[in-house]
Write a protein that binds this ligand. Structure first.
Ligand code: CMX
Ligand code: CO
Length: 153
């Protein structure tokens, strides 16, 4: 059902400075950047391994664009650091229904738009051992891997 780690989400105050640190220290480049107004974040995807049309794994840097967003609240409370882990699935709605039936709180009634055209939903951290957990279905629907915008299906 959940077949891979798609990304690890990291909350930061300054996305450009944090991306620069990952470039200098780790050698990771920004593969994709976008604003997700619904989630209240600017995000940068740094590819750690794989290729964008395969089974890549990313770091997702998150900078809030609104004070009332989940990431702004997290930063105010905990400061910068690991915010969530995201697992890839070929069927995000099915995986959420199956997990919800086990008594875990699914935070979205239906999947929402995520990075690079993906569909995402979240599981409550208090039901997942203190880890905010995201489920990701890639654009195009299969495999759970993100795709670079413009890549042919
Ligand atoms: N990881 C672990 N625990 C977390 C957490 C996180 N990221 N965020 C909040 N918590 C904990 C808090 O520490 C707190 O615990 P205590 O009561 O023991 O102190 C509890 O959850 C409630 O915290 P809160 O600050 O009151 O937060 P809210 O209840 O308002 O919201 C949550 C928590 C998970 C429901 C909310 O953050 C949410 O809906 N998240 C999903 C959406 C999201 O995070 N979007 C941004 C990422 C977008 C993307 O990945 O593309
Ligand atoms: Co994420």
């Amino acid at each position: 059902m959940l077949t891979r780690i798609d990304h690890v989400g990291i909350a930061c105050f300054d996305l450009d400075a944090t991306a620069d640190m990952y470039r200098r220290v780790h050698g990771f480049e920004v593969a994709h950047e976008e604003v997700n107004e619904e989630q209240g974040v600017r995000e940068a995807m740094l590819r750690v391994n794989g290729t964008d049309d395969g089974h890549a794994t990313y770091l997702q840097l998150l900078e809030p664009v609104r004070e009332d967003s989940p990431v702004a609240r997290f930063l105010a409370r905990h400061g910068e650091g690991v915010h969530h882990i995201a697992f890839g699935t070929g069927d995000v709605a099915g995986a959420a229904a199956e997990i919800g039936a086990k008594g875990v709180r699914v935070l979205d009634e239906a999947p929402r738009p995520g990075s690079m055209g993906s569909s995402i939903t979240f599981l409550h951290p208090k039901d997942c051992g203190g880890v905010l957990t995201e489920l990701v279905q890639a654009a195009g629907g299969s495999g759970g891997a993100h795709r670079e915008a413009g890549t042919a299906e």
